[in-house]
Write a protein that binds this ligand. Structure first.
Ligand code: CP3
Length: 356
């Protein structure tokens, strides 16, 4: 048996799956669901296979990548798999000295602060991603009609880790460099766009059916700064995979939704701060939306979670396409049984609510 057996979607091929049709704005009453960070620390089976293996080492092992990617598909019957990797993997493969510290996030040994640092630290040429090709190959064979979503980090979000040296609350150094030395900033982001585009292209060439570009921290920018300094680089990344549906996501991006669509997306990801119907009004008829249950709500008693799920479905029904998801990633402390119930609810009640 394959992972497909648990799914309700009856497409014979990922290119006609509910997810791809939703991206193309032709899903009818069907409502696909998957979760950002569905693979990972909320799953006991993930913790088991990761024991004694560092995050970035696990990403370089195709057998482990395939197993971890499939775990939530088997458990939940979600309508898509998302490739288990990290936004920093293509940088690591290109030779950037970095690590992912548990409980903290990506940490860069020597942050980029000036021209000499940039030339020393960030290569222009992509590294060898044959382990990605191999893992995606294993996955598409196993997934059958279930689509695999490939992903990458957008240049702004990647640059924030390289400039800050690690996670940040205010992105102060990043923005100071962006505003203070636009030439250096653009050089940095052009290199990052090349690495991310290559990462996405590798996943699509090996069989991924759709992609998501994570610009998780772009919501810290004004619309003017996003337009001038972030969007042009993201546009280049998205243009490299125009042959598959493209989802573009960030947190706190209510004021940027239209710009994120125009950067070259088919679907714009929405966090919990704006109802999906309002997000869709801002975007207009050319874009589908993805989202947007507040991940924190997953910890509330089930009847209240269920009502929030129904509310998001109702709000998303006015958009030309809707992919059900959270507003950001699955929190590590999430009870997997709650996610299982969310998937079942979306599948059982989604079409009825959408038809209403
Ligand atoms: O299930 C999936 O969504 C696929 C796998 C995935 C991971 N990272 C695995 C991971 C994806 C899509 C990412 C993308 C990613 N990585 C983003 C964009 C998504 C977002 O959350 O906005 C960002 C900002 C990163 C950087 C990063 N990597 C962070 C902030 C962390 C968390 C650090 C921590 O421990 O709190 C990571 C590590 C990471 N990436 C883990 C996983 C499963 C946890 C590592 C572990 O279990 O040791």
């Amino acid at each position: 048996t394959t992972a497909v057996d648990a799914r309700t979607d009856t497409a014979a091929d990922p290119s006609s799956s509910l997810l791809v049709r939703a991206c193309r704005r032709s899903q009818g009453e069907g409502l696909p669901v998957w979760f950002m960070r569905q693979a990972g620390r909320s799953l006991p089976e993930y913790k088991r296979v990761r024991q004694g293996i560092a995050m970035l080492d696990s990403c370089a092992r195709p057998d482990l990548v395939a197993e971890i990617t499939l775990q939530p598909v088997r458990r939940y019957g979600v309508d898509a798999a998302i490739f288990y990797s990290d936004i920093m993997v293509p940088l690591k493969a290109a030779g950037v000295d970095l690590d992912i510290v548990p409980g903290r996030g990506p940490v860069v040994a020597e942050p980029v602060r000036d021209r000499a640092g940039l030339d020393r630290l960030v290569p222009r040429e992509p590294g060898d991603l044959s382990f990605v090709t191999e893992a995606v190959g294993l996955l598409v064979a196993e997934l059958g009609a279930t689509p695999l979503i490939g992903f990458a980090g957008a240049p702004f979000t990647l640059a924030s880790y390289l400039v800050e040296g690690g996670p940040s609350k205010d992105y102060a150094r990043t923005k100071a460099l962006m505003v203070g030395d636009p030439e250096l900033w653009d050089d940095l982001c052009e290199r990052l766009a090349t690495l991310s585009a290559h990462f996405l292209r590798t996943q699509v060439d090996a069989g991924a059916s759709a992609v998501q570009l994570f610009d998780s921290w772009a919501g810290s920018l004004s619309a003017a700064d996003y337009t001038a300094s972030a969007a042009p680089h993201s546009t280049r990344v998205l243009a490299a995979v125009a042959d598959v549906p493209r989802i573009h996501f960030g947190v706190g991006t209510g004021e940027l939704l239209g710009l994120m669509g125009e950067a070259g997306a088919d679907v714009v990801g929405v966090d919990w701060r704006i109802p999906l119907g309002s997000a869709s009004e801002r975007l207009g008829p050319a874009y589908a939306v993805q989202g947007n249950l507040d991940p924190a709500v997953l910890g509330a008693p089930w009847p209240l979670v269920a009502n929030r799920v129904r509310e998001a479905i109702r709000s998303g029904a006015s958009a030309p396409g809707h992919i059900f998801n959270l507003g950001h990633g699955v929190p590590p402390e999430t009870d997997p049984d709650v996610l299982a119930r969310v998937v079942d609810l979306v599948h059982a009640e989604g079409p009825g609510i959408r038809a209403d």
